[in-house]
Design a protein around this ligand. Sequence first.
Ligand code: HOZ
Length: 429
Amino acid sequence: MKLNNSIQLFSRAQQSIPGGVNSPVRAFKSVGGTPLFIKKAKGAYLYDADGNQYIDYINSWGPMILGHAYDPVVKAIQEKAIDSTSFGAPTELEIEIAELIKSMAPNVDLIRMVSSGTEACMSALRLARGYTGKNKFIKFEGCYHGHADSFLVKAGSGLATFNIQTVPGVTGGVSNDTLTCAYNDLQAVKKLVAENKNEIAAIIIEPVAGNMGCIIPKEGYLEGLRKICDEENIVFIFDEVMTGFRLAAGGAQERLKVNADLVTYGKVIGAGMPVGAFGGKKEIMQHIAPLGNVYQAGTLSGNPIAMIAGYTLLKELKNNPGIYKELDKKAAYLYKGLNEVLKASGQPYVINQLGSMISIHFSEKPVIDFTSAATANNTLFNKYFHHMLQAGIYLPPSAFETWFLSDALSYEDLNKTIEATNNFLTAIV
Ligand code: HOZ
């Protein structure tokens, strides 16, 4: 496979962009090699600057549920752009998307649009603190809620990939209020809550974690957290930046039948445009300015191009619930095929999958939290990544990221993925 143009572009990018990329996980730093520079994408396929085609399992880290450059979304953006790209003033479209989200997601009485998942989580935490009058909060090791200061403690995604333990620039004062527990360990949360009685404003969690590979909540775990929050007057925040509108029309709340008090969204609700949102129960959301004094604002919030893109995608998802069944079928097919070839290889492995989120860890033990994800054979994963890339399959460049399926994937694409995995396993034995 020829990568001359990507190599040249990466070298040029490093002269003017830190590390040559605008977000660290793109840099291929842990897997090694040159990041692909992407020229275009359509459906299930990406095309790089050298004209190579790849089956895409990143899907812009989640939003391309129906595949890239989905025709109705492209058309809607084109038509909207003629009327200007930003007003910084309210539009009817913002009401329409808010009403649409309320009709899809449980427990969302009011919703505020922002421009990224980071902003959404940062604002939801501020709101939880403003509402409860408490400062501390609990997050889980290996979960990633964007790059706002408070969340950069034992975080997943790029911080796990690059093994960044503490982030220079985040003050001790801020991170002292961030308490952490292992994912899936309810007892540890109970202990932490007891030790910090009446001091915890919020518990924030990825209801299905996607930033340490894919990690599934144990049975009763989320329900247990819900109960603790109810008993201790703690705001329960679901970070549904990845799971929202992906695991079901109503996200993880619907699929796992657990209610959150506040929910954060990103990526998906803009169909890949820079959008985020946070919403939830009126009793809490009414503390946001201008209704209340918890201040949060943004010139580009509710941007018309982002709104029409998101509205068009979400409407498709709402009107075609069969999409989720089809996505589940494809994910189950991929799981079965990967499971067969991995089992036959004798290589220790774990496949975690829920809905259209899936990942492989080369591990002998179940992967249920950050420690088990980190102790898997991630050097082998890096080799696997490169083998798959050579075979035209674009996986996340880190074992600490989930893969995302799109409905545009064909069974032939899935078969190619299984076959390439088998070839890799045969080659390393
Ligand atoms: N947070 C995204 C999924 N882990 C990756 C996007 C990024 O950091 O560039």
